[in-house]
Design a protein around this ligand. Structure first.
Ligand SMILES: NC(=O)c1ccc[n+]([C@@H]2O[C@H](COP(=O)([O-])OP(=O)(O)OC[C@H]3O[C@@H](n4cnc5c(N)ncnc54)[C@H](OP(=O)(O)O)[C@@H]3O)[C@@H](O)[C@H]2O)c1
Length: 328
């Protein structure tokens, strides 16, 4: 086991609570500090999770000398500013998905991490789940032959709230950045390169953001991805990878899956089960610890260039849909 990593949680909303719950099962992690815009929220969070250092501003949190890594758990539109703040203060950063709201912002934080020589990673936690690691292993071993087609969907039904982060353009609202990022990143993981054809259709709803979208991506060599996302319609949330020799299925919800099935023509399907140790968010934190303890500034499993590439794909889709955020 490496050195214990001291975490600082930036923001006290829904995902901050889930991630902190995941962190607490790890032997090499301690939740040392929390920072909120309001001291009261930091105090409440600290009481709930037994966190020693509690700060009433993000600036105070990133200046805490007892913190090694900042976990950014704010709305998408704030990821850039919060990541820059933490990196400039000399902290490593794990930044919630989507990495930022567009490619330009992603490039900016990556450039800052490189300039400051600090670790940075997008919290694309699905990629680190043991069931997804198993799927990657089957692909690498050639068990499904050449991957040709990825099918994945992530749709859920939320009530419209013009001011909330899911529907407000000012927060980078819409299904694409919130859940479309999972299916696009999943296809990117399978094909390991940028798509050379990107096309999609979206319904922009009354608040101006995409409520439902279908996307078709083409990769060099002929691989394809057929993807969908929604924030007003619940869909199955399954991912399948079809290869020349067989198929891998990550059942619903694939984004937090605990099992993977390998189906090869003429053979009985093989299902492997991997119960989470906590809630699934712990595996990405293990990767952060392994990288930091190994002196690595980025993850090989979720590389920075790939996070930028995923943002670029989403920029292209939004360009086709005429969806721009106020800061753009
Ligand atoms: N990995 C996942 O499974 C997962 C799931 C959900 C969300 N996420 C990502 O995590 C991020 C946060 O999502 P969430 O669902 O946790 O959101 P949330 O419940 O609304 O929490 C966001 C937190 O950000 C802080 N914040 C700072 N400025 C804010 C502002 N102007 N408006 C609202 N909140 C502000 C607040 O914390 P303080 O008041 O303490 O400062 C707030 O509690 C999003 O980017 C989302 O995509 C990831």
């Amino acid at each position: 086991m490496g050195k214990t990593i001291r975490w600082g949680i930036l923001g006290t909303g829904t995902i901050a609570r889930k991630f902190t719950t995941g962190l607490r099962v790890l032997d090499d992690a301690v939740v040392m500090a929390v920072g909120s815009r309001r001291q009261g929220s930091a105090d409440e969070f600290a009481r709930e999770f037994d966190v020693p250092n509690r700060h009433g501003s993000y600036e105070a949190l990133v200046s805490d000398p007892e913190v090694d890594v900042i976990y950014i758990a704010t709305p998408h539109s704030l990821h850039r500013d919060n990541a820059l703040l933490a990196l400039e203060s000399g902290k490593a950063v794990l930044c919630e998905k989507p990495f930022t709201i567009n490619r330009a912002e992603a490039e900016e934080i990556v450039a800052m991490a490189r300039a400051e020589k600090r670790f940075l990673m997008e919290a694309m936690w699905t990629r680190f789940l043991p069931a997804v690691t198993q799927a990657r292993r089957w692909i690498t071993e050639g068990r499904i032959g050449d991957p040709r087609l990825v099918q994945a969907d992530f749709g859920f039904r939320a009530e419209i709230n013009e001011e909330g982060r899911l529907f407000a353009p000012a927060y980078g609202g819409g299904g694409l950045l919130d859940v479309g990022v999972y299916v696009i990143s999943f296809a990117s993981m399978v094909f390991g390169t940028a798509p050379d054809r990107v096309t999609g259709l979206a319904n922009l709803g009354e608040t101006g953001v995409d409520e439902q979208a279908v996307m078709a991506l083409g990769y060099p060599g002929g691989g394809m991805a057929s993807l969908s996302c929604a924030i007003r319609t619940t869909t199955e949330q399954t991912a399948r990878i079809y290869g020349t020799e067989g198929m891998i299925c990550l059942p619903n919800p694939f984004w937090s899956t605990t099992e993977a099935t390998l189906a090869i023509a003429g053979k009985a399907p093989e299902t492997r089960r991997f119960p989470h140790r906590a809630n699934g968010y712990e595996y990405q934190a293990e990767e952060v610890a392994a990288c930091i303890n190994g002196g690595r500034l980025e993850s090989k499993i979720m590389p920075l260039e790939e996070s930028i590439r995923v943002m670029e794909t989403m920029d292209q889709l939004r360009g086709q849909w005429g969806l721009k955020y106020p800061v753009e």
